[in-house]
Design a protein around this ligand. Structure first.
Ligand SMILES: NC(=O)C1=CN([C@@H]2O[C@H](COP(=O)(O)OP(=O)(O)OC[C@H]3O[C@@H](n4cnc5c(N)ncnc54)[C@H](O)[C@@H]3O)[C@@H](O)[C@H]2O)C=CC1
Ligand SMILES: NCC(=O)COP(=O)(O)O
Length: 351
């Protein structure tokens, strides 16, 4: 863009925002869930939300079952750039057979996995600027032999990153939470919670906040595991034996880390203002506050990968699939966040 010049002065060249060079890949998730619907609805409001170009990966019929908007079959991600304004570009995966919204089956689970696999492959190859994953049903995936707890660990493995070196960060407008232990039975949490795991997640989070959120010195608040953060060892010893040593090590590395905080008092508004991310000890400790405050717009972002991956915070919602009732805001937020981070990384790479 050429800025208006003072008379006689040489025109000033303002730095132009680089055009998006590649689209985002969005896997549709379980074809019987609300993934196809929220992705189609996100495309429909692409201009109002200034969403970056994206395309779906999955089965066309899962979209047609819930949406009568334009779908443009594409053969390559690059085609999405030209077609995005005309319709929702779609890379088709193998035909999963009959799709009935709200009635999942194993063929649908295979379709969801194929879509995810293709999306990760494209992201790894650099053909897309990032990956947004639609919701999958974990039990359905396990039933077809999926050996990972969730998509987070699957993507990590495909990228050659150990599962403990990534972090699932839930992102809301003024809250970010990270579960140290993720998809495992609550009863097993004390057995697998180690200082090393807390340290590894916290390091990943700090790096991610610096890189993708522009926070120069991230403030991490670490939750306790027990009521009142153990009340000095009288209500559990994990804080003393595991969490405090982890905090001490992280501080030694120069990170700004506080805690262990009583889990019940660290999420109110004033407490949230004191940190950039809350490192939580188990799944629900991290996800309940985030989903209670921001269910409609929460994003799940995987940190520590060589590629960008986001996802809406919600699941397949089979109970409302096919009824037109699915709120697309979390999917919109997931696409928008991936787009912002992709743009920032692109600028960083160009600098
Ligand atoms: N990122 C992912 O792939 C995730 C997958 N799941 C999977 O989803 C399945 C169902 O899990 P649930 O715990 O029932 O969570 P869910 O998020 O699918 O549904 C919980 C409740 O919220 C409603 N809901 C969810 N998203 C909505 C939306 N966009 N608009 C309006 N209402 C919405 C549902 O109708 C339901 O009442 C499970 O099999 C689980 O494994 C759950 C969370 C994340
Ligand atoms: N509860 C969060 C969730 O299920 C998302 O997991 P993932 O499939 O993104 O690993």
């Amino acid at each position: 863009m050429i800025a208006p010049a003072e008379s006689g002065a040489a025109p000033e060249i303002a730095p132009a925002a680089p055009p998006a060079v590649s689209p985002l890949a969005v896997s549709l998730g379980d074809p019987a869930g609300i993934g196809p619907e929220v992705i189609a609805k996100a495309w429909a409001v692409r201009s109002a939300h200034r969403l970056p170009p994206f395309f779906g990966i999955g089965d066309r019929r899962s979209l047609e079952a819930v949406w009568d908007g334009p779908i443009i079959p594409i053969a390559h991600p690059a085609d999405a750039m030209a077609e995005f304004e005309r319709g929702l570009p779609l890379l088709q995966v193998d035909d999963p057979g009959e799709i009935e919204p709200g009635n999942p089956n194993l063929a649908g689970a295979r379709c969801a996995l194929d879509s995810l696999e293709m999306a990760v492959g494209l992201a790894r190859s650099g053909a897309v600027s990032g990956l947004v994953t639609g919701p999958v049903a974990k039990a359905q995936l396990y039933a077809i032999g999926f050996a990972h707890p969730g998509q987070t660990e699957f993507v990590a493995e495909r990228c050659g990153v150990a599962a403990e070196n990534v972090a699932m960060m839930m992102v809301g407008p003024d809250l970010r939470t990270i579960p140290v232990t993720i998809h495992r039975p609550l009863a097993s949490v004390p057995d697998v919670l180690t200082a090393e795991l807390i340290i590894s997640r916290a390091r990943t989070v700090a790096r991610g906040l610096i890189r993708d959120f522009g926070i120069a010195k991230p403030r991490l608040a670490v939750a306790g595991l027990n009521p009142h953060a153990g009340e000095g060892g009288t209500m559990g010893r994990e804080e003393i034996d595991i969490i405090l040593p982890a905090i001490a090590q992280l501080r030694e590395e120069g990170l700004e880390v506080s805690g262990p905080w009583s889990p019940d008092t660290m999420f109110h508004a004033a407490a949230r203002a004191d940190y950039d991310a809350a490192i939580c000890m188990y799944h629900d400790q991290a996800l309940i506050p985030l989903k209670t405050l921001y269910f409609d717009s929460g994003v799940n972002m995987t940190l520590g990968l060589p590629l960008l991956r986001t996802s809406p915070d919600h699941g397949t919602a089979f109970g409302i699939a096919g009824k037109g009732a699915a709120n697309p805001r979390a999917m919109i937020a997931a696409i928008a966040l991936a787009g912002q981070c992709a743009r920032a990384r692109q600028l960083e790479g160009a600098a």
